[in-house]
Design a binder for this molecule. Structure first.
Ligand code: FES
Ligand code: FE2
Length: 333
């Protein structure tokens, strides 16, 4: 019998630090939408598992990604948020960097001739795109994004997601560890119990979850007659979920804030620009997300209570949870 992950991994800051040094450094992470950095100088500056990161569009048309920590005394090059910038100048004392991250001038520093190479450049990180999404990776070595996506692009292509246009963004901050959120995402065992409206819209007898070996998990379910909710739910380790329906899509970006806080950004896409239809889609989605959030936060309290030992995972319903947790056991030691 497979048993769930140890409690300490969901609440102990030292486990969280180990995850930051492995999962959140070595994997390709979904960081933002490509449309947010479409024009020259457009940038997104945001934290990901405690790493302040920036992705920006260079004047030559390419993307640059760097750790938003100045080599002088750790000031920010760009304040958190989105915008457009003409240059990369540290907000603290004004050191200026070019678009390759090299120091151009150390403002009024005095003698800067002896600065060591590490103080002369921003820490650039890998950046690549797939299907309108920008991914980053902190560790300089490892497989390309294309290789690491494995069979996922072929599955997504079957749903012709280029039909959809971005319509709305919502953000939630949940009082739980990021894995509590992902565990919940990865099983449909709870649907009948906590999602009454979703459960009426889905024919749960057709619910299937498969776990291929190359880093993503695929759930499908048919709708009951006349309901718009059926589709595919895809999770790509460690921080991307794609919920694809007949007439729209919700792209989830899962962002650990600290060991017991998780931010999730939900980008909604639709075939329609009719505000009534879009409002309806968001309203339905919010009902389900409220139900999941309430449960995840309560589960985290259960985990934190000191009175829970890891329980058994169902071979029938929780194989994707087992797959996710196994991957963490192997990657984070
Ligand atoms: S911290 Fe960046 S210039 Fe001082
Ligand atoms: Fe749920």
């Amino acid at each position: 019998m497979t048993v769930a992950l140890d409690v300490a991994r969901y609440r102990d800051p030292s486990w969280y630090e180990r995850e930051r040094a492995t999962v959140w450094s070595d994997e390709w992470l979904m960081f933002c939408a490509e449309s947010e950095v479409a024009t020259t100088g457009a940038y997104v500056s945001a934290d990901m598992a405690g790493f302040p990161l920036v992705v920006a569009r260079r004047p030559d048309g390419g993307l640059v990604a760097f750790v938003n920590v100045c080599p002088h005394r750790a000031g920010p090059i760009l304040w958190p948020g989105e915008g457009t910038t003409g240059n990369l100048v540290c907000r603290y004392h004004g050191w200026a960097f070019d678009w390759r991250g090299e120091l151009v001038s150390a403002r009024d520093f005095g003698d800067s001739a002896d600065l060591c190479p590490d103080s002369r450049s921003l820490r650039l990180i890998d950046v690549d795109t797939w299907s309108g999404m920008v991914f980053v990776r902190l560790s300089p070595a490892g497989p390309s994004l294309e290789h690491s996506l494995g069979g996922l692009p072929a599955v997504v292509a079957r749903h012709s997601v280029d039909r959809f246009r971005f319509v709305r963004r919502m953000t939630r901050t949940l009082a739980c560890n990021w894995k509590t959120y992902v565990d919940n995402y990865l099983e449909g065992y709870h649907v009948q119990l906590i999602h009454p409206s979703l459960s009426r819209a889905l024919d749960m007898r057709t619910y299937r979850v498969s776990v291929p070996e190359d880093g993503y998990c695929h759930h499908t379910c048919d709708t009951t007659e006349g309901s718009p909710s059926g589709g595919a739910w895809l999770f790509r380790y460690p921080n991307l979920a794609l919920n694809i329906y007949a007439d729209g899509m919700n792209v989830e970006r899962i962002i650990p804030v600290d060991v017991d806080t998780t931010r999730v950004v939900y980008d909604y896409y639709s075939t329609s620009d009719d505000p009534t239809l879009i409002d309806g889609m968001l309203e339905m989605s919010n009902v389900v997300l409220d139900e999941d959030q309430r449960m995840c936060e309560q589960v985290q309290r259960g985990i934190d209570s000191g009175s829970y030992r890891p329980g058994p995972l169902s071979d029938k319903h929780e194989i994707a949870v087992a797959w996710f947790q196994d991957r963490l056991r192997n990657e984070v030691r």
